[in-house]
Write a protein that binds this ligand. Structure first.
Ligand SMILES: [Zn+2]
Ligand SMILES: [Zn+2]
Length: 243
């Protein structure tokens, strides 16, 4: 049991009727005792979530001073555009880090609604046919026991009623990245994803939404979108919790 998890368990034993902020552990006032789906975040931490405000980079969704493309997006991509709920800083960064490495189910009660909000704001008006989680390597899956992107997809699909399928697989474990050039890193990443052998029909001419926890350089999104497009997908959009 991790130190933080231990603390939460202890607080729960000492104060069984109280709820605690999942981020800073202060007591959260119960607004409605009948509702168990209230996000377990205090108002201070909620204010620390920093949703990305417009104008956005047309391609990667980062906040810009004026609409257009950011310097990193002066290129063609296999995906149409990427959008995220919030900035990968502060509270959101802390929660996403824990989401990746711990099994705390409660984290999804905060991160899921963030993704849902980003869907409503950025994706609901696109004709998305299929949700696809970015896969993790089988070895990492074995270590952790879950794919965090898949947990986000489960949450989203129960809201949007859009079908989902894990059509992508991660085949290679990347290592020695430090010595590689950017071009070599990208190529290695392209080789690391492939389509599940029986998934080709599922994605034919489909508009796909690729879902992940974090968008960093866009290389993962690009690699996955390339595989999907090459196998027959019509269009690929990308949605993440943070960037
Ligand atoms: Zn808090
Ligand atoms: Zn950009």
């Amino acid at each position: 049991m991790s130190g933080r998890h231990y603390l939460e368990t202890l607080l729960g034993l000492l104060y069984p009727t109280k709820r605690f902020c999942i981020s800073c552990h202060t007591a959260v006032p119960e607004i409605n005792h009948d509702r168990t789906d209230e996000p377990s975040l205090c108002s201070d931490c909620k204010n620390g979530l920093l949703p990305i405000e417009p104008p956005y980079c047309q391609l990667c969704g980062r906040h810009l001073q004026e609409s257009g493309r950011c310097p990193e997006c002066e290129r063609d991509t296999a995906f149409v555009l990427s959008r995220s709920y919030g900035a990968y800083r502060g509270v959101l960064r802390d929660l996403l880090h824990r989401f990746k490495f711990s099994r705390e189910a409660e984290l999804l009660s905060v991160l899921g609604p963030c993704l849902r909000e980003a869907w409503d704001r950025h994706m609901a008006h696109f004709p998305i046919d299929l949700l696809v989680p970015v896969p993790v390597h089988p070895k990492r899956l074995q270590e952790r026991g879950y794919n965090q992107a898949e947990r986000l997809v489960h949450f989203l699909t129960s809201y949007t009623r859009t079908p989902w399928h894990p059509v992508l697989q991660r085949t290679l474990h990347m290592k020695g990245q430090v010595t590689r050039t950017r071009q070599e890193r990208l190529q290695a990443l392209l080789d690391a994803y492939s389509l599940h052998p029986d998934a080709k029909e599922l994605i034919q001419d489909k508009t796909i939404l690729l879902v992940d926890d974090i968008y960093t350089t866009g290389s993962t999104a690009e690699a996955c979108a390339k595989v999907l497009k090459a196998a027959g997908a019509a269009q690929v959009y990308v949605l993440t919790v943070a960037r």
